[in-house]
Design a binder for this molecule. Sequence first.
Ligand code: GLU
Length: 385
Amino acid sequence: MNAVSPIPKRIVIKVGSALLVDRKTGLKRAWLDALCADIDMLRARGSEVLLVSSGAIALGRGKLGLPNRILKLEESQAAAATGQILLSRAYSEALGQYGHHCGQVLLTLGDTEERRRYINARETISTLLRLGVVPIVNENDTVATSEIRYGDNDRLAARVATMIAADLLILLSDVDGFYSGIPGKDANAKRFDSVEEITPEIEAMAGDAGTELSRGGMVTKLEAGKIATSAGTAMVITSGKAMNPVQKLFEGGDATWFQAKDNPVTARKKWISGQIEMTGGLVIDNGAEKALNSGKSLLPAGVVSVQGEFSRGDVVRVCSEAGEMLGCGIVSYDATDAARIAGCRSDKVQEILGFEARGAMIHRDNLVIRTNTPRHGPETEFSDA
Ligand code: GLU
């Protein structure tokens, strides 16, 4: 494969336990240092990087000398508590050598699947990225119970990648891509360089969950692929066994690339325009309408009134004063706060609300404005404002 150019802007890297932890000797520090060198290289080229790292339970069980059998839930929770702190320290030291800060983010299933918690987690992670910090994410295994947990970091990484509208999710694995059969066992098994779409035929090649280990956990990797690519994030599976695996990947190393049909913003806008049930709306003035038509965000100052009930993160209608539906978008405030700041200049918003303002009423990336006539009716087209 050819070298990858340009390198994507926002990248999530998922690291599996087997790459990081040796059962006998513990943390593979030299490998981790080399991974951090890769992250430094990406940062130097202008990319933002978020790491989803496994290894807490594996590290903790070694440290605590827990027996070599399947652990009870509370034992693995204790192992995770012990291992996570070691893992974070190692990343903090290794990234620190390159002058990078990192921040630990432990998530549970509810943090990515319940809207309010999702928005909070996204704001925190986005702020870390804006501040130039490398977020190090793992599942919060210490409190996650067996019924309410991801259990695998492939899908967690995919959800986090879509949450922050990443351009690329890299799954570092113990195999160098997705194969049509079991590598080593099936003589005809060949690695795909690229997968356009994860079809049922492709899924059938991954085997079933029962054969997970022999297939490099391909079932959850394809599930991760479906989550990522449908939200506009491309995914790549490559081997992390050698040193500097990310550098090798971008130099054209062996891998399987899963294409995303849209970019993350377009995918999100398609989702927004597909929303049918909107419980509330914002009426905006002429000036704001002009601003929206030229691709700007909707600011509180342009809002004349608030209709109905909605929570922060809901999709709401955007209407003109004449009652014409102009579009819709994900609103940054609930209906009560939106009504309090409607018509106010942005610099007054914090004073009124008593907390730091989130800026736009609806950010341009979360806004879909109708363009073509007729401006009413289901066939109306939406522009990528
Ligand atoms: N969260 C687990 C850990 O840190 C790993 C899950 C996985 O291997 O995917 O040990």
